[in-house]
Write a protein that binds this ligand. Structure first.
Ligand code: ATP
Ligand code: MG
Length: 446
């Protein structure tokens, strides 16, 4: 039988290595440990507040976002990844699909699709996952980023409009940020009024904008025409002095909206959660009504918003569902990671936690399989164990062990026969002999 010649892959030096697409990135260990810490802490806190997890598809019908987030928002007008799907039959029109730029629309769609309102109970749902926006990538701003969010939504009869729901969400967020170890956060709070307050305010805003519009940035000049509220959301520093002169929405709230907002504030006061009322806070999505909020971190620089959210009492109806008032938030996990990393750096914290409990070094190839068996025993006892290679010289075993673990367990011929292990602790330099049967317990002690 003739052997097939092996395929040879040659390195093509003319070809550029392929890189992750602009605005996307790989998350690698040990950083992923921090991600897991953030996600696990969030899940734990959400569970205490009786939220259940929802997972919606990564892409949805484009119309969902156009109708909920709003055609004139930056997200829908310029940041979405949208494509025409292939038509299933020639007679059919291709469907327009979009990678989700946020998750509230998907959650509310699912609420409607599964008739969750018919349970008569409040739905308390949280999600963790990637979102996609074609933005200019910079620190804390990516094209694929990760949000951790939650929504409370339900029929009015279930109490979904109650200001206590707003306060409960905000109080939960204060608790979550504290438990995550975010040292300095600020809560900015505002009310953007109900669907009936808004048109009166927009009229007054348009009137005031007539005069200052020519002095604003190009985006704002467009917003004046398409969606004047968005002008308040502008981040261009040069525009801020002009925006300061615009009327405030607080002056246009009707009695119901005023009472609702006062009750949210009073409940937060009762819980001792500090907040700052910011009358300019309108948020970038069209669906918000009444309470809006943002938690910021002073150490983050320009991208300082850790999370944002608010009430969306008319959202379900806007996408064809029953009346289902709700409130929710989305937290930028990427920005939480940046904040915690910066804090750790400033505290000079070392990455001790990522070191394994032990590195097992087989001292020859004959001990290799038995060393694997020992590693199996220790791992099954719950220890974090790295396994070396029997072909290494002892010096190399020590070098690698020192980089990966807090202790080295030498496993040579003598240890295999006597079942007495030699263990060296890297930090103290102490070397001890420990019977194999007692090894797991000994290694458990820090
Ligand atoms: P920003 O003002 O920073 O653009 P936003 O108002 O667009 O935020 P939301 O749509 O409310 O933000 O999303 C909630 C949170 O998601 C933000 O507070 C932020 O932490 C995070 N976030 C939003 N866009 C990005 C992005 N492109 N990259 C990383 N995180 C993001
Ligand atoms: Mg944005």
């Amino acid at each position: 039988m003739r052997r097939q010649p092996a395929t040879i892959y040659r390195r093509d030096t003319t070809m550029k290595a392929i890189q992750a697409a602009r605005g996307t990135r790989d998350l690698l260990p040990p950083e992923t440990e921090l991600w897991n810490h953030i996600e696990a802490t969030s899940r734990r806190v959400f569970a205490r507040y009786c939220f259940g997890e929802i997972r919606t598809p990564i892409f949805e019908d484009t119309q969902l976002f156009a109708r909920s987030v709003g055609e004139e928002t930056d997200i829908v007008s310029k940041e979405m990844y949208t494509w025409e799907d292939r038509a299933r039959a020639q007679s059919e029109k291709a469907q327009s699909l979009t990678l989700r730029p946020e998750n509230t629309a998907g959650v509310v769609r699912a609420y409607i699709e599964h008739k969750l309102g018919e349970t008569g109970l409040l739905q308390k749902l949280y999600y963790i996952g990637p979102q996609f926006r074609r933005e200019r990538p910079q620190k804390g701003r990516y094209r694929q980023f990760y949000q951790i969010g939650a929504e409370v939504i339900g029929p009015t009869s279930a109490g979904s409009e109650s200001p206590l729901r707003d306060a409960e969400i905000l109080e939960m967020l204060a608790t979550l940020l504290d438990e995550l170890g975010i040292a300095e956060w600020k809560l900015y709070l505002n009310s953007v009024g109900s669907a009936s307050d808004r048109p009166r305010y927009v009229l007054a805003l348009q009137e005031a904008l007539k005069e200052i519009a020519p002095k604003l940035c190009a985006d704002c000049q467009r917003r004046v025409q398409t969606n004047p509220l968005r002008v308040l959301d502008c981040k261009i520093p040069e525009d801020q002095p002009f925006i300061e002169t615009l009327p405030k929405i607080a002056e246009f709230l009707d009695a119901d909206s005023q009472v609702h907002f006062a009750q949210v504030c009073a409940a937060l006061d009762a819980c001792g959660v500090p907040y700052i009322v910011n009358p300019r806070l309108v948020r970038g999505l069209d669906y918000y009504t009444r309470t809006t909020f943002e938690f910021v971190h002073t150490g983050l620089g320009a991208q300082n918003a850790l999370l944002g959210g608010g009430r969306y009492d008319g959202l379900s109806e806007a996408i064809g569902g029953p009346k289902a008032p709700g409130i929710g938030f989305a937290m930028g996990a990427d920005r939480l990671v940046l904040t915690l990393q910066a804090q750790r750096e400033s505290q000079n914290a070392t990455a001790i936690a990522s070191l394994a409990d032990a590195y097992i070094a087989p001292l020859g190839e004959a001990q290799q399989v038995q060393a694997l068996v020992l590693a199996r025993e220790l791992r099954r006892a719950g220890l974090r164990v790295e396994l070396g290679d029997g072909s290494f010289r002892i010096k190399k075993s020590f070098e690698i062990g020192n980089r990966l673990a807090r202790r080295i367990v030498l496993f040579g011929e003598e240890e295999a026969q006597s079942s007495i292990m030699t263990v060296k602790d890297f930090a103290s330099g102490a070397q001890t002999k420990i019977p194999r049967a007692e090894l797991a317990q000994a290694l458990q002690q820090r």
